[in-house]
Design a protein around this ligand. Sequence first.
Ligand code: XIL
Length: 470
Amino acid sequence: MRTNAMPRSGFRRRALAGALGVLTAAAALVAPPPAAAAESTLGAAAAQSGRYFGTAIASGRLNDSVYTTIANREFNSVTAENEMKIDATEPQRGQFNFTAADRVYNWAVQNGKEVRGHTLAWHSQQPDWMRNLSGGALRQAMIDHINGVMAHYRGKIVQWDVVNEAFEDGNSGARRDSNLQRTGNDWIEVAFRTARAADPAAKLCYNDYNVENWNWAKTQAMYAMVRDFKQRGVPIDCVGFQSHFNSGSPYNSNFRTTLQNFAALGVDVAITELDIQGASPTTYANVTNDCLAVERCLGITVWGVRDSDSWRSEQTPLLFDGNGNKKAAYTSVLNALNGGTSEPPPEGGTIQGAGSGRCLDVPNASTSDGTQLQLWDCHGGTNQQWEPTDAGELRVYGNKCLDAAGTGNGASVQIYSCWGGDNQKWRVNSDGTIVGVQSGLCLDAAGSANGSPIQLYSCWNGSNQRWTLT
Ligand code: XIL
């Protein structure tokens, strides 16, 4: 069994699964592999795939033994429900107070749990002195706050929600109006750059709600921001999806697409404040499986232990009832975690030219960004294995994408690290053409011999533009 101490990069998980696949194939000649034993707690079950299962902890409940017994038994990650927020940690300007925050932090660490930090820059739960600031003074106060809190926990927090809830609800896709936003649109990137310098070991997350449905404007606005940050080198490592699902903001099965699309930008994703009005077991299982399906989904945090601990207790949205009994949703999540180790890594296949019979090939199995592709005799090597993703990419080696270096006739088609751009998205059509989403041009072999370069070219239905994915 893998423990939660395992490195949780998607690549390692994939590499390990691949190695196990080889071992299993060899072992199958001798004896079938034993079935994995089911784990009996959420944290242990999530750890089987290198993930965590966490909860929000309220310091005021730590002397309730029913609460702490469940929390300690079931969860291996902790988020302070309120204690690390701005009003709690810097009640007076320049005077930091970590009493309640440390109570949660110490309880977590003494019980072997990792800690998510929540949250450093937010329009809500600001102390009065900060609410009354604006402009340059507020910008400086935000920077000082991030530095003060992150210095206290330097090296101790796995993920920090650096910025929380900066986008507007509804269809505008705009930033939320707030005193922080009014200091200038760059306040978010300033917060992230400050945070990186203050604690280089922490994963830096942007966290929000109503961003789980891929079709919502708020989701798209957040996606554009993260893509922009990745392109410009603003330090961001993860995106937190609060996942407060209710009748006004219901779960939609395209949540998995959302997680996949963000992961394809090169950030980790996490479900950070999960609660579901009515706690439908099916919806809880769906959300769990969505995380399990995405390699870069680090883990799931539910926003409280029992229904009676919830900030929305009237919705009975959690996994334990007010008496601490497991609800049906608990069993459904546990089963999903036990049955739901990551989906087997996609095998990938070759992309064979109709006219040449040769394969789309990375010359010399190079992994360098910018290497132009060629035709080569099919031989099944990893440099000829292409894996379509739900985001429309064609991936090789797991993390390199088929990438158009331009948008005109003759533009080179190369490999490049996947970053979610439209020049890395392709439509695989039933007539055998593969069309670049950005250019509208066809994947085209400029010849049929070994070594013929691959380019973009206007579609004309030639056999050098038709391909078979095996
Ligand atoms: C909530 C807490 O659960 C409440 O106790 C508090 O009164 C208000 O904040 N999004 C967030 C969380 O990021 O910090 C919020 O937590 C819930 C919504």
